[in-house]
Design a protein around this ligand. Structure first.
Ligand code: FES
Length: 573
């Protein structure tokens, strides 16, 4: 299509003319004896380019001074974006704009997303995510860009950034569709921050040609655990890569990695098991083909993790490390006894409450009794996660503010363990239930006094906003969430509201973990159950304790959305 812009004489006299093409403003410039045309909206934040400066074949936007090549629209400042250029034809004294179909924008958005991650440019990433979602690109493909970038650009391997990204991918089906882009941008921004200024990762190769002399899976598992034990991260990685390249199945690899992650007690304050679980969830989103690139990124973290039994809290006044050891020695016999009655245990909630007892020996006895009574690994993990959640639901605000993080660690570890036990249960992994229960035991003083369990209040979900906007609304947020559920409110709407509250803030790493874990755990209980309600109450209380923030990232995503809609961001009074 050709659009007449004006006369050549006018263009030469004015230096620039504007016109409309498909609802967009386009500016035709006269520079150095020829005509050029660019979309008139600066791709950064929409300032009219016809008001920019022309010099040496470049147009400079006057708002943040991004520079663009007049001929191609390409930017010299990656924080902006390439402007769309149009061909111009001059016939006699008439100047025409030639408007064709826009280029393939999906490739462009993919490239811009990678550049946004590399430069830590949240606005660029946000525009790319919005463009990809609008083009119908599946969420898994957007997550894949982030996972590939995060695994390649962090020598230490898997970290908090990728954990947040996968948590957001998990949460997406629970969120209002209008929050999907925001959730992904939060995760991607975390990946960008987590890799910024860090050396890249150089993956190791397998141990020779596995087809010639394959090492058995049992031997590889034994080696992997041995090398993690001796903190030989590189050796552990080569073993894992060898197993993966030899087509070890997911259950074998999971057993290898989760056994190593539970050979010591509550390693790296629970983060190692959480990261391991999230890496497996990433592979579930991307397909098992991604395992070879993703899972070996865990080895360095696992081998280097702190081991809780070395800390004094686990030694005095009770020698919890010794209690763990003696219990682990008994576990094979207990599990064998329980297998004969598997499925006969039904008191998961009661077990969860018993794990809150003041006596560590009683806590461990409850687990052992449940095992011999036929509790499944899933039930054990779910009971532990309930106990961890109740620590948050009953966390008293008179505690030190930093202690929210203490109860957070017990709960998110328990959720990760539960997911692992559901995915690939193993006897070794059941040791993690003992570790987690004793960690929940150690946090008992954060429930002294215990915050009262919420009473139903007659309130709507809209009333939660006041809890996010001001400080001190912790118990109120819990009461509103509880009241909503007890009045028969749709739990999905409460979950979406909690998700929206999370995404509306400059949320920290632990917030994402808490909300996602609470959503997963509430869904593990029957709809309408007291347990599901109390778990979500804990998440609401945690959020209310930490809000409000400056809300900078959500503002950036809103700006990106307005730019895509064509709103004017630049206005003069
Ligand atoms: S550089 Fe043009 S709007 Fe920012």
């Amino acid at each position: 299509m050709r659009i007449r812009v004006g006369s050549l004489e006018a263009l030469q006299t004015e230096g620039r003319l504007t016109t409309k093409a498909g609802g967009h403003g386009v500016c035709v410039f006269w520079h150095e004896g020829r005509a050029y045309a660019l979309d008139d909206r600066c791709p950064h934040m929409g300032f009219p380019l016809h008001r920019g400066s022309l010099e040496a074949g470049l147009v400079t936007c006057h708002w943040h001074h991004a520079r663009f090549d007049l001929a191609t629209g390409g930017t010299l400042d990656p924080f902006a974006d390439d402007a769309r250029a149009f061909p111009v034809e001059v016939e006699g004294d008439d100047v025409y704009l030639v408007v064709g179909a826009p280029d393939n924008r999906v490739d462009h958005h993919r490239r811009r997303l990678a550049e946004g991650l590399e430069g830590g440019l949240t606005l660029v990433s946000a525009k790319a995510v919005l463009g990809l979602l609008e083009a119908g690109v599946p969420v898994a493909e957007i997550v894949q860009v982030g996972v590939e970038f995060g695994t390649a650009n962090r020598a230490q391997g898997w970290g908090s950034g990728l954990t947040v990204l996968v948590a957001m991918a998990n949460l997406l089906p629970w969120l209002d569709p209008s929050d999907h882009a925001l959730a992904l941008v939060h995760g991607l921004a975390f990946v960008a921050r987590d890799t910024a200024g860090r050396p890249p990762r150089f993956p190791l190769s397998p141990l020779g040609d596995v087809a010639v002399a394959p090492v058995s899976a049992d031997r590889l598992t034994d080696w992997y655990r041995r090398f993690v034990e001796t903190r030989s991260g590189d050796a552990a990685e080569r073993v894992l890569v060898t197993a993966l390249s030899a087509s070890a199945d997911a259950a074998t690899v999971s057993q290898m990695m989760t056994a190593a992650a539970t050979d010591h007690v509550f390693i790296d304050v629970g983060h190692t098991l959480d990261f391991t679980n999230k890496a497996f969830e990433a592979v579930e989103h991307l397909g098992w083909g991604a395992a070879e690139a993703v899972l070996p990124t865990l080895t360095e973290q696992t081998a280097g993790a702190s081991r809780s039994e070395e800390g004094s809290r686990w030694r005095h006044p009770h020698d919890l490390a010794a209690l763990v050891r003696s219990t682990e020695e008994r576990l094979p016999a207990l599990l064998a006894e329980g297998r004969a009655r598997l499925g006969e245990f039904h008191d998961v909630s009661g077990l969860g409450w018993r794990l809150l007892e003041d006596d560590p020996y009683a806590v461990v006895a409850s687990i052992c009794d449940a095992i011999t009574a036929g509790a499944t690994p899933e039930q054990l993990g779910r009971a532990l996660a309930l106990a961890g959640a109740l620590r948050i639901t009953r966390f008293h605000v008179q505690n030190d503010f930093g202690d929210w993080d203490a109860v957070h660690h017990g709960f998110t570890y328990a959720n990760a363990l539960h997911q692992c036990l559901v995915r690939h249960p193993s006897d070794e992994l059941v040791r993690g239930v003992v570790h987690g229960a004793l960690r929940v035991y150690l946090d008992r003083f954060l429930n002294v006094p215990a915050a009262r369990l919420p009473a139903s209040v007659d309130a709507s979900l809209g009333d939660l906003q006041a809890c996010w906007d001001g400080q001190g609304g912790v118990d109120q947020a819990g009461a509103i969430a509880y009241g909503w559920l007890k009045a028969g409110g749709d739990p999905r709407r409460l979950v979406a509201a909690l998700g929206h509250a999370l995404l509306s803030e400059d949320a920290g790493f632990h917030w994402f973990q808490i909300v996602e874990a609470a959503v997963r755990q509430h869904a593990a209980w029957p709809a309408g159950s007291e347990e599901a309600a109390l778990i979500l109450v804990g998440a609401a209380r945690f959020l209310a304790a930490h809000t409000p923030t400056r809300r900078e990232l959500p503002h950036v995503v809103r700006t990106a959305a307005r730019l895509r809609r064509g709103d004017d961001l630049f206005e003069e009074s």
